[in-house]
Design a protein around this ligand. Structure first.
Ligand code: SAM
Length: 172
């Protein structure tokens, strides 16, 4: 087997192992969902935190739309992280961290954005309620924060009419 063949197989194994560990693979937000999501993002409070940057698909859009806001994106899976790292080189206001966001303190977030999966949203609800300051904006698509009342819900024009939820962290 050639060196490239061996590297390719190692990269695939790494991708699969992290996807199993995280409970989700680096599935990027689709074009229609990106368009719908960005059309409603007017003036976000920084720092903008993205939980699970994947290949950097949403991060690049946020970086372009908010060039004067600090953006921090977490991605712990090596292959998408390295890909996103290259994509984000020209955006110095973006900090991409190869870290597990469950181990991070999110209390300094102004806006939080994610596209994850139902079990993660259940766990994040608890983390958000423990850590986020009142009035932090939380944006998620496809999966809602269970039990929270969104300040707005709208749908992308894709086949699934993907819902996009915005929440304002309540005073508890
Ligand atoms: C569905 S993808 C979304 C990618 C990107 N946000 C987008 O919308 O295009 C979810 C990403 O979250 C990452 N992820 C899941 N759990 C994580 C964790 N605990 N820490 C860091 N990244 C995580 C996965 O590796 C995956 O790349």
């Amino acid at each position: 087997m050639s060196v490239f063949g061996a590297l390719f197989i190692a990269a695939c194994v790494c991708l699969v192992l992290f996807s199993l560990y995280n409970g989700i693979g680096p599935l990027p937000t689709s074009q229609r969902v990106k368009e719908a999501l960005l059309s409603r993002l007017i003036d976000l409070k920084g720092p903008i935190i993205e939980l699970g940057a994947g290949w950097g698909t949403l991060t690049v859009l946020l970086a372009k739309k908010f060039p004067d806001k600090p953006i921090v994106a977490y991605e712990n899976s090596w292959i998408p992280y390295l890909f996103a790292r290259i994509r984000l080189l020209k955006y110095p206001h973006v900090t991409l961290l190869r870290k597990n966001f469950w181990e991070e303190d999110l209390s300094s977030s102004g806006t939080l954005i994610c596209y994850l999966y139902p079990q993660a949203m259940e766990r994040l609800k608890v983390k958000f309620e423990e850590e986020l300051a009142p009035s932090t904006l939380v944006i998620t698509h496809t999966f809602a924060v269970p039990g929270w009342k969104p300040i707005s819900t709208y749908q992308a024009s894709d086949l699934y009419r993907t819902p996009i939820y915005q929440y304002r962290m309540p005073k508890l």
